[in-house]
Ligand binder design. Structure first.
Ligand code: GLU
Length: 286
């Protein structure tokens, strides 16, 4: 166990009721903070404004309090901090690492179909790079026409600039980061000033997070986050990815499985202790 006080966070999206998997994630982050004498923070990941709803925010706090967890205030809400994401995008832009991409999803699919296939990355097929090859006049013309665009990271240029990077998972030896597996990722869209990947590294830095805890489904994202931290000159935390909670058939829990929501368990008479016992996690002891 590390003796250093860790600052951890639980970062749910207010797009549905929390379930047992969220309880595990929150309890895991809380425990890592508490056993080291550190701090536990909550962050609302509502950057995708189309799906976030205020009633789910209220439900998150109600569930966490019922679970017996306490967190520091104020809670960071991503939608209050669009300017922070813009500032950091600007840094990448100044470094010449971003380019506007005018392709629609359909156009990208057609391009991939025409090519036969595309390498798969953690977030789906890799972008074929169409708009990276636009000449400056072609780009200017599209920008002037008011066509909507996303900002993509020029991955080859970014990796060349950063050189070899490593990240530390748990107590393991540093692992080589391989962000190139994501290709030219989208870092911002017209209606979303920062993608999940950009927002999470900016938020973790601004909140002073020293240990990022989250489900192991997000382990691949860490390769990219490490690159963005380097390019943006942000502090580098450690990571601990935990197993995902699954149902009886081994399928991971999803927000649409409302039967397993913490609210419905509470209404069915469960206690917080029963939740922790069912998860095999005690957030208050090592
Ligand atoms: N918002 C993400 C989720 O609900 C967590 C992101 C993170 O911890 O980096 O799974």
């Amino acid at each position: 166990m590390s003796a250093k006080p860790e600052v951890t966070r639980f970062a749910p999206s207010p797009t549905g009721l929390l379930h047992l998997g969220h309880a595990y994630a929150a309890g895991f982050a809380f425990r890592e903070a508490k056993i080291t004498g550190g701090r536990f923070l909550v962050r609302l990941e509502d950057i995708d404004g189309t799906r976030a709803r205020p009633e789910f925010e209220d439900a998150i706090f109600e569930d966490l309090a019922w679970l017996g967890l306490s967190w520091e205030t104020p809670v960071r809400r991503q939608s209050d901090h669009f300017a922070d994401y813009q500032t950091h995008l600007h840094v990448l832009e100044q470094l010449g690492l971003l380019y506007p991409c005018f392709c629609t999803r359909k156009e990208i699919q057609a391009e991939i179909a025409a090519a036969g296939q595309a390498p798969q990355g953690p977030d789906g097929p890799l972008y074929p790079g169409t708009c990276r090859h636009l000449s400056p006049p072609q780009r200017d013309e599209k920008l002037a026409s008011g066509q909507p665009y996303a900002l993509r990271l020029d991955m080859t240029a970014a990796v060349t600039r950063a050189g070899e990077l490593f990240f530390v998972e748990g107590e393991s030896a540093p692992a080589l980061a391989r962000p190139e597996q994501f290709g030219d990722v989208v870092l911002a869209r017209k209606d979303t000033p920062g993608s999940y990947h950009l927002a999470v590294v900016v938020d973790d830095a601004l909140q002073g997070i020293t240990l990022v805890t989250r489900g192991e489904d997000l382990l691949p994202a860490t390769h990219l986050h490490r690159l963005l931290q380097d390019l943006l000159g942000l502090p580098v935390p450690r990571w601990k990815h935990h197993p995902l909670v699954t149902d009886d058939s081994g399928k991971r829990l999803a927000k649409r499985d409302q039967a397993r929501s913490l609210r419905s368990l509470r209404e069915a008479g469960w206690s917080a202790e029963q939740v922790w016992a069912s998860l095999g996690l005690n957030p208050h002891t090592a």
